[in-house]
Design a protein around this ligand. Sequence first.
Ligand code: AMP
Length: 289
Amino acid sequence: MIIAHTIEEARAAITDARSKNKTISFVPTMGALHDGHLSLLEIAKQEADFPVMSIFVNKIQFNDRNDFDRYPRNYEADCSLIEKNGCALVFLPDDASMYHDPKTFVTTESLDEYLCGAKRPGHFKGVCTVVTKLFNIIQPDIAIFGQKDIQQCAIISKMIDDLNIPVRMIIAPIKRDVNGLALSSRNALLSSDEKTRALSISRSMKGAENLLFNGERSTSIIADHMRSIIESAGRPDAIDYISIVDFSTLHPIDTINAKCIIAVAVVFGTTRLIDNMIIDFKEGIFACR
Ligand code: AMP
């Protein structure tokens, strides 16, 4: 595996792969890698000859300095893990090579008004900007993102479309641990008690699924039910949101009768976790994933 620390090194490796007619797939990450990231690498390997990952804790997408400082960093372990799993190139830039007093940013409208966009001002501007920069550096044919960050997927998909970026995006399913907790780099920051309490998130989504299965379609009733599960079993330090939004607009809906997303952000201790479920309707029958 090639390890590129600079943009020039990454570009040289990409030029070399292209000269050998290799197709390029790309998985951007912030490191502290787990099986969720590896599931994206698996797709990257299946979809192209030259799978690339980046590891970069992108300061400009953090609206909370403390959150940025305590974000887990594990570069050596990450590199050996992805090398073992067949990554061809890892791009590991530092802050100074990615940002020199930037004055140009990429933003989306409307899709960031609810969910994490409402709670983390500037977050998606930071995400869109870094993803655009990484696309310009790696120039992948295919990019793989996780459903775990569903609003990020929707925003990047729209950005690719709006800006005619020549990349095909694939959205990978959420990887969970055996108990149902969505894998996240932030799980490493949870105490064992917080981790147990965090299981209330996936339990609340199961509760929503059961209500839907029994014919309930009111989003306020479903969200209240989820809230009561999280509050009683999880005793969270804060519930940032439990929202049910239209799949395309990401704006809240009152009744579930078309494709939509149930999304949750909950704080345990000082760690904020997110999770979601897509509800798809086909001929009146729903499927959750
Ligand atoms: P991050 O390092 O958290 O920025 O995540 C990098 C990529 O991995 C993003 O596209 C995430 O959506 C994806 N990802 C994170 N956690 C999971 C998970 N549990 N299952 C699948 N993909 C994930």
